[in-house]
Design a protein around this ligand. Structure first.
Ligand code: ZN
Length: 283
């Protein structure tokens, strides 16, 4: 952006030495000069060429709005392209991001020390970097069980942790009712809200990013509502994470014992049997 702003200044100051160098560059096209690199950036952002800029004479304001728009479009397209290839980003709505401002999940959260911790937990889950049992199973070669260690009923993925795990239902239940009350204030379709809240997939989506277009059947929430929903949902994710951690700490000795036993069994089954007779080569 700074380089493009400087280019605009060079193009406007027709008496400067830099302007003369730019004109010379368009005539000779020298490799590895500053103008050569800037031409590369102009082409990447789909902006006018250097010779066009020198001849057209953009005003400062017009050139600024032009390169800002082009830069925003370039990065927006690139982020959308990249996110489409990451399954971990399925709950994140990149369309609600605005150039130069953070995502609403961060920017609309109240800024208290406690809220910072809650936001950090939510962002980890939203980005797919929060270590759940299914992640462990994916990244571990030694037959790690993907089932939830607390309820042992299903693979522990994000939907399970946020919307399904029975071991943490007492935490979820109170927050679900609070979230329903908040949603009722901004949407008059009570039955639709009830269905959405009870649907594990949609509930997970609201909790992690309520700006996602998946929820547009409920009409977009106003900014104040989003702030309130985010505060409630981030409180929920942090409480679920804390409760999960407490229960896992309690189960740790038992889990450790089982893991050691499994490793011992694996070692024994891999060893060749001592009773296998050695064949006699002279027989
Ligand atoms: Zn569970």
């Amino acid at each position: 952006m700074n380089a493009l702003a400087m280019l605009g200044s060079i193009c406007r100051n027709t008496n400067s030495l830099e302007h003369k160098l730019a004109l010379r560059h368009t005539a000779v096209n020298l490799d590895s000069s500053w103008f050569w690199y800037i031409q590369d950036i102009l082409a990447k952002l789909n902006l006018p060429t250097l010779s066009d800029l020198l001849s057209r004479g953009y005003t400062k304001a017009k050139w600024k709005s032009e390169y800002k728009r082009a830069t925003e479009k370039y990065w927006r397209d690139k982020i959308l392209r990249l996110l489409a290839t990451y399954p971990s980003s399925r709950y994140l709505n990149p369309l609600s991001m605005k150039f130069g401002t953070p995502h609403p999940v961060i920017s609309l959260a109240p800024c208290t020390a406690e809220q910072v911790k809650r936001t950090a937990t939510t962002l980890q889950i939203l980005a797919g970097t929060y270590m759940l049992q299914s992640n462990r199973a994916n990244f571990n070669q030694h037959g790690t069980d993907s089932r939830c260690l607390l309820c042992k009923s299903r693979p522990e993925n994000r939907e399970h942790m946020i919307a399904r795990c029975e071991a943490t239902e007492h935490i979820r239940d109170a927050h679900r009712r609070k979230l329903y009350d908040i949603l009722c204030k901004h949407c008059d379709q009570a039955s639709l809200l009830q269905e959405t809240i009870q649907n594990p997939s949609l509930f997970t989506q609201i909790v992690l990013d309520c700006t996602n277009p998946v929820l547009t059947h409920m009409a977009p929430f106003p900014c104040d509502a989003i702030r309130e929903i985010i505060a409630c949902c981030q409180h929920l994710t942090h409480s679920l994470s804390a409760e999960r951690h407490t229960q896992l700490q309690r189960l740790a000795p038992r889990i450790q014992k089982k893991r050691k036993l499994r490793q011992r069994v694996q070692r024994v089954t891999k060893k060749p049997s001592a009773l296998t007779p050695v064949s006699n080569p002279h027989a």
